[in-house]
Design a protein. Sequence first.
Length: 128
Amino acid sequence: MMVLSGLFSACRSPETKAMEVRASAYNSVRAQTDKHSNIAAWGDTLKPDMKVIAISRDLLDSGLYYGMEVTIDGLEGKYIVLDKMQGRWTKKIDIYMGKDVAKAREWGSQKVTIRWTPVDSTKITSKK
């Protein structure tokens, strides 16, 4: 019976992780970035309707990675990690809001809880 118990516990899905972070918002406009305002740090092309976040680099060591889906308490849907922030930021995310600068300003800066399900680190394609 002990063997079966161990087998079932190995098949359980990983527990969801949560972390409180500071969240601001950003846009694909030249005033907020360089001349390639719709190109993310890992080279992805961002489009206004995408649900994307940029993460501070310290969060890469906390289990978040390029392409991972996260949820943000209080917001609908899943967001994909496709961008990373400058090294000066810690425990912070930036929520992509396309070209809607007014919406990003309205969001401001807030504390939020993000949630994700860890995966086996051997299955991650790293783009650090």
